[in-house]
Design a protein around this ligand. Structure first.
Ligand code: ANZ
Ligand code: ZN
Length: 810
């Protein structure tokens, strides 16, 4: 008999608040460095800028790995899943300035709010390990590491050509310039030369490439880093330079990856910034057209390297009165300056081979220069031939293939040389909101690192923190702070007033999580040992050639100084996908397609949003997934059905096992377990949905308990509520993960009758949920069926799942 008992409503709001409080009170996610019998797992997800509030992307970044963290804990691992804030830097500072607020106040306010939001997601972060890069107790160690680098020659100060953002009034790293524009504010970037602090990342170029081999990273991420580092094997070849005026000849070296084409070099091109030009312009009798040259040099200054590399009409100026000699042919060839040759790549000079290089071809056509083919294999009348072949018009080298000729011509005329696209990392920022560079400039001793006992150099509170645009940080005006005595000789000296790039702050934050309160070291060696290297690092694709590369370099530098034990910080890396607006476009305020997660959490609950985001696509792939309101409603309905099924009147008296459901349950356990491990949260959820369909026909108490445990990492609040409703006294999140019985899975075998053109010809045994294609394959392998298929063509198949397969042949 059935009584309409008042069913408890699924009140997500009450439930979620209640359990979030309770978990915090019980310290459920406090992580100890070691726990007996549990292996450690370090799961890291990139920490956010305190921009104001969390968007859907943050939800995706934090809640999906949270599923893995929770599952791993139930599976017996000791999991570190920490969180913090990358709180210095331009975005926060710009936002504060826009609102007329002090950056510190603004940042702190945002952190407080965002933390609340992160709790509202039901994330299992251990907040006792929170790291904020603006905390002097943290940046003391950022500064300390910088001083170690300085003492060991890894940090140096140099007049450096830099990208200057006129709006943000600061230097930008190459990585922060996108198509000639500032990554943050989209202003066109200018070129300036400034005295800057650099880190020697280029010293690590080879190791940054080679050590990728040992990492379990997607190939695509490895390739991006390799391309960014851009190692080129080639040769340096010297060209003699002669003048029309009676002046002593000199030499210019070029870098080439095609020494085999030397006989086809019909002119030289120098970057307008090449030191030879600077020198020639001070001896104006050398250049017959020095005015024209000077003008071109000036015009080039207004262009960024990226603009110069764009494929458009070539420009340049011939140096009148100057000649080069091709060392292979002894021919006199003209010398040009052109902005397509970059000053800071290779030697800043090239030998131009128009027959075999596209840019040189375009240039030669425009300036009427000779095009001499030296590699057979293609036609060079319309365009350059860049393919392989054997040498022609190359004297004694004729008939030799390209690869061999490269070796031979290099040996005869030049030196082997490897060049990189990667530049040293400029870390000076002329901004207030950052870590002060811990250096004191002394007129006698030079740049002196601030001694450890005087660290941290605290960022002073100043009134006028607006960027000045004069190339100096606002700290330059903080006289009281700036004027100090030299730590070495005690003379009057000045502090460095630039601050560090925020990518420095984030280059080691994951080490601090292992020992966040240490006052004596950046982290205790033993504690680092228990967690490092990070087992899985989840992040955004935009960091592939920035943070991800910088932090690998930083880690290697620490490794070389004996400060960490691993060569690489992250064993596995994954770049997650992007959540798009419902229209499939990138979410943006101007498009009006921004989804506000807070509103949905209020209406439908954090569990729904978590589950929806986990369901939206495979987590380890970098696809883009449009937000679908129907999908959200769908997962909410799923949760409501779970809720309903849990009500006492549904499971009352269900003490006996529902045998039919048993094998399905075991299959679901296996599928959810495997899929979580593979980060395929979407198919894990699909499996739970399938299971629910069956369970609604009848489920026992024990079976339902097992199901709840599978659900717990995904919908932690609901799972906890239902668990406790069922009179369990302790948290479901402390339960052991269910194990499946392989026998139970195997027992779910179905016998399928196989028909050929409507007549039963045999039977096959397959797993009950086998796909049609699997059944067809099994049928084709069956002896008695095969006899009826021989010599025939399968036109189509009709499958009644679990029962009959009809194969239509003719
Ligand atoms: C002669 C030549 C002949 C070249 C040929 C190419 C093809 P990657 O692979 O990117 O390293 N180059 C060298 N320095 C340059 C600079 N500062 N600015 C612009 N271009 C520069 O490219 C190396 C090639 O780019 C070099 O090889 C040089 O042109 C050019 F059939 O030398 B090659
Ligand atoms: Zn001194």
């Amino acid at each position: 008999m059935c009584y309409a008992s008042p069913m408890k409503r699924y009140d997500h709001r009450g439930i979620e608040k209640k359990w979030q409080k309770e978990w915090a009170k019980r310290g459920l996610y406090k992580t100890r460095n070691t726990v007996k019998g549990r292996r450690n797992f370090y799961l890291l997800t990139e920490f956010p800028y305190p921009s104001g509030n969390l968007h859907v992307g943050h939800w995706y970044a934090f809640t999906a790995p949270d599923i893995l963290a929770r599952a791993l804990r139930m599976q017996g691992r000791n999991v570190l899943y920490p969180m913090g804030f990358d709180a210095f830097g331009l975005p926060a500072e710009n936002a504060a300035i826009k609102r007329g607020l002090n950056p510190k106040k603004w940042t702190k306010q945002n952190i407080a709010y965002m933390k609340k939001q992160m709790v509202s997601m039901g994330t299992s972060f251990d907040w006792s390990r929170e790291v904020q890069t603006i905390d002097p107790r943290y940046y003391k160690w950022t500064q300390w590491m910088f001083t170690q680098f300085l003492k060991n020659g890894l940090a140096y100060r140099k007049e450096t050509p830099v990208n200057w953002c006129p709006k943000d009034k600061t230097v930008l790293a190459n990585e922060q310039v996108i198509n000639g524009r500032c990554e943050r504010c989209d202003s066109e970037v200018e070129q300036r030369t400034m005295l800057q602090w650099n880190l020697r990342i280029t010293d690590y170029a080879d190791r940054l490439i080679e050590d990728l081999d040992d990492l379990e990273w997607p190939q695509q991420i490895k390739d991006s880093q390799k391309n960014w580092i851009g190692r080129s094997e080639g040769a340096e070849i010297g060209f003699a330079i002669h003048f029309d005026k009676p002046t002593k000849p000199t030499q210019i070296a070029v870098f080439t990856t095609r020494p085999d084409t030397l006989f086809g070099a019909t002119y030289l091109v120098l970057a307008p910034e090449h030191p030879f030009i600077t020198l020639a312009l001070t001896h104006d009798e050398l250049l017959q057209n020095d005015v024209e040259v000077r003008e071109y040099v000036e015009a080039t200054k207004r262009k960024s390297d990226l603009m110069r590399q764009e494929n458009k009409e070539k420009t340049g100026v011939k140096l009148e009165g100057v000649w080069a000699v091709n060392p292979a042919t002894q021919e006199k060839i003209p010398v040009y300056i052109a902005d397509y040759v970059l000053a800071h790549y290779g030697t800043g000079a090239i030998m131009a081979v128009p027959a075999h290089d596209e840019r040189d071809f375009d240039f030669a056509k425009k300036f009427g220069l000779p095009i001499r083919q030296v590699i057979a294999g293609g036609d060079v009348s319309q365009r350059a031939y860049t393919g392989d072949g054997t040498l022609i018009h190359s004297g004694e080298y004729d008939g030799i293939p390209v690869a061999e000729a490269k070796q031979k011509i290099t040996a005869a005329f030049g030196l082997r040389k490897t060049t990189y696209k990667l530049r040293d990392w400029i870390v000076s920022r002329q901004r207030y909101w950052g870590v002060p560079i811990p250096v004191i400039h002394c007129p006698r001793c030079g740049a002196v690192p601030v001694p450890e006992k005087d660290l941290p150099v605290k960022l002073p509170e100043i009134k006028d923190y607006l960027p000045t645009g004069d190339g100096k940080s606002p700290l330059a005006k903080a006289d009281k702070w700036k004027n100090v005595h030299c730590p070495q000789c005690k003379s009057a000296a000045e502090r460095e007033t630039d601050t560090l790039d925020t990518f420095v702050d984030s280059s080691w934050y994951f080490l601090r999580y292992t020992d966040p309160h240490n006052k004596k070291r950046f982290a205790d060696a033993k504690k680092m040992r228990s967690w490092m290297p990070v087992d899985l690092y989840s992040g955004g694709a935009e960091h592939t050639t920035m943070h991800l590369l910088y932090s690998r370099f930083w880690h290697k530098a620490l490794y070389d100084l004996g400060l960490v034990k691993d060569k690489e910080p992250y064993t596995r890396r994954m770049n997650r996908g992007l959540i798009m607006g419902p229209d499939g476009q990138k979410m943006s305020k101007s498009r009006g397609n921004v989804i506000d997660p807070d509103a949905i959490v209020k209406k439908l609950g954090a569990d729904t949003v978590r589950l929806y985001l986990a369901f939206i696509g495979p987590y380890h792939e970098t696809g883009s997934y449009p937000w679908n309101p129907d999908g959200v409603a769908g997962v909410r309905r799923f949760l409501e059905r779970v809720w309903k099924l849990a009500q006492p009147e549904r499971t009352a008296g269900m003490a006996k096992k529902y045998e039919d459901l048993e094998s399905s349950l075991h299959r679901t356990i296996k599928k959810v377990t495997d899929d979580i491990a593979a980060l395929k949260f979407n198919t894990a959820i699909a499996a739970m949905m399938t299971f629910l369909n069956e369970a609604e026909k009848g489920i026992s108490h024990a079976q339902f308990d097992t199901f709840l445990k599978l659900l717990a990492p995904f919908a932690p609040h609901m799972a906890e509520e239902l668990w406790r409703m069922r009179a369990h006294k302790t948290s479901i999140h402390l339960e052991k993960w269910p194990k499946y019985n392989p026998k139970r899975i195997a027992s779910s075998v179905a016998t399928i009758a196989i028909q050929v053109n409507g007549k039963v010809r045999g039977t096959v045994s397959v797993s009950a949920d086998a796909h049609e294609s699997q059944v067809v394959a099994a049928a084709q392998a069956d002896e008695s069926v095969r006899r009826h298929l021989e010599g025939k063509i399968i036109r189509r198949t009709i499958y009644v799942p679990g029962k009959v397969l009809n194969i239509v042949v003719s």
